[in-house]
Design a protein around this ligand. Structure first.
Ligand code: 9D3
Length: 254
């Protein structure tokens, strides 16, 4: 998998790409990330990447020419390698990034990620070079850089060989559709707080049932919206009834 990030802040990406499984994957060449300074594609004396908005108004707009040239360069390189370029603009107006979208992106061999700053990019960038626009959620960032990192991280985890061989990305909570159960490790007691007895019992059936119950309880309490889509067994539904009844008993109302 190859990513190319286009940004006016290339140094933003220096340390995050060295860390953890992603850092290892890049070191091993399973994932490749090129970071390109948009300023390097300007042609004026002041190396200008932004300008005042036509029609007036607040803030600045990123100019089309440097971004266009940077994307052309990346597409040329990528095509020469036999990969199919796919160009994404990170913007608050894009499709929200969810795990489904992450899976879709992981099926490509290349992603170019354009990071906007200021009020946004000249609309002609969209018309001329962008295949798809993505947002990472309904909150305001100061630019697309943090969002690009999120895309690289989430997509890379799905690339074969990035996670250790023991771990399958498909077994994780956003694929089962539930939040995870609580985890514990040593010591058995800390500040008077004990690890639940069942986890020490060695009874694997009991442990699996306890974990499923906890996952359902957490999801019910924190993200009931996820329960709508989760595929639940008869046993899950029985557990949910028990969880709801427990809540009513404690709250004193249905
Ligand atoms: C506060 C300014 N906004 C209204 C005038 C517009 C605006 C422009 C540019 C708001 C944020 C940004 C910068 N954000 C991104 O480039 C961005 C983003 C985000 O803010 N939230 C979620 N996903 C993304 S992807 C790129």
């Amino acid at each position: 998998m190859r990513f190319d990030i286009l940004t006016i802040f290339p140094s933003f990406f220096e340390s995050p790409l060295k860390c953890g499984v992603l850092g290892k994957a890049i070191e091993r060449g399973i994932v490749r990330v090129g970071v390109h300074d948009i300023r390097g594609y300007t042609s004026d004396r002041h190396r200008t990447t932004d300008d005042y908005p036509y029609g007036g108004g607040e803030g600045m707009v990123m100019k089309v020419e440097p971004i266009f040239r940077a994307v052309e360069k990346v597409k040329e390189e990528v095509t020469r390698e036999g990969l199919r370029p796919w160009v994404i603009l990170l913007t608050p107006q894009g499709q929200p990034l969810r795990q489904e979208k992450v899976i879709e992106l992981a099926n490509r061999d290349h992603l170019a990620l354009i990071c906007g700053r200021y009020e946004g990019v000249d609309e002609r960038v969209r018309e001329l070079v962008v295949d798809e626009e993505i947002s990472i959620g309904d909150y305001i960032l100061s630019g697309g850089e943090a969002a690009a990192l999120v895309v690289v991280d989430a997509v890379s985890r799905l690339v074969r060989g990035v996670l250790g061989c023991g771990r399958s990305p498909l077994e994780e909570s956003f694929s089962t559709g539930l939040l995870e159960y609580p985890h514990y490790t040593r010591p058995r007691v800390f500040m008077g707080l004990e690890v639940p007895e069942v986890l020490l019992s060695g009874n694997h059936g009991e442990i699996a049932r306890w974990r499923r119950y906890q996952a359902l309880k957490r999801t019910y309490e924190r993200r009931p919206d996820l329960l709508e889509k989760a595929s639940l067994s008869e046993e899950d539904l029985r557990m949910l009834e028990e969880i709801k009844k427990d809540r009513e008993d404690k709250d004193g109302h249905p």
